[in-house]
Design a protein around this ligand. Structure first.
Ligand code: CO
Length: 216
């Protein structure tokens, strides 16, 4: 039997320091959550949602998977989006990718890896869709970074076309969908897909995002 003593000790110290600063922090937060943001990011341990945007517990609803992919038949991701949009009424959905993403890199390779190939198929489809642009880039790192950006742009489109987001917009709900990319090298975020606030903005933002991703 093993216990992760260090982590449990860290937790005690963390809870104590929060309570010292704000005695009713946990009391209040345990009553309800009303985050303004839904974060859809990569499972990579180096891209922790709350920390990199300086948000506290209760501020951001989070879904993470390998390479921040939004698939229309993924009930896990769709359930998160539905709860965030329909119940919590978040104002912003952020799809956040990161440069040097291992999942995206694996999709650039044609090696068979096993079960994950079924997941990577979604990324390989994006690679195929933008094959012409990617083929012009001879630097491996730059090609990977470009596919990381294009993946964010495409996943933003997927979020926008879910029945959940479409319905929210039809109901007049205030909701924007943003695409960001994070640099592991300097800890900074950049916008790759400016906020889409309604169905009429989807194709225009896509056009702008694709052309600025492939411009360099
Ligand atoms: Co990643």
């Amino acid at each position: 039997m093993r216990t992760l003593r260090d982590l449990l000790a860290n937790n005690k110290a963390w809870a104590k320091s929060i309570t010292e600063n704000e005695p009713d922090f946990f009391d209040q937060l345990s009553q309800q959550q009303s985050p303004e943001y839904l974060w859809i990011g990569c499972a990579d341990s180096r891209v922790p949602a709350n920390q990199i945007v300086g948000l506290q517990p209760g501020d951001v609803f989070v879904h993470r998977n390998v390479a921040n992919v939004v698939v229309h038949s993924d009930m896990n991701c769709l359930s998160v989006i539905e709860y965030a949009v329909a119940i919590l009424k978040v104002r912003h959905i952020i799809v956040c990718g990161h440069y040097g993403c291992g999942g995206v890199n694996a999709a650039l390779d044609n090696h068979a890896l096993g079960l994950i190939d079924n997941w990577l198929r979604h990324l390989r489809d994006i690679r195929q869709k933008h094959d012409h642009t990617l083929a012009h880039i001879h630097d491996d790192e730059r090609r990977l970074d470009l596919l990381c950006e294009l993946n964010v742009v495409e996943q933003v489109q997927n979020v926008c076309s879910t029945t959940i987001v479409q319905q929210a917009w039809r109901n007049g709900q205030e909701l924007s969908v943003h695409g960001w990319i994070y640099s592991l090298q300097n800890g900074l975020l950049q916008t790759v897909s400016p906020g889409i606030s309604g169905p009429d903005e989807i194709s225009e933002v896509y056009r702008i995002a694709i052309s600025s991703s492939t411009a360099e």
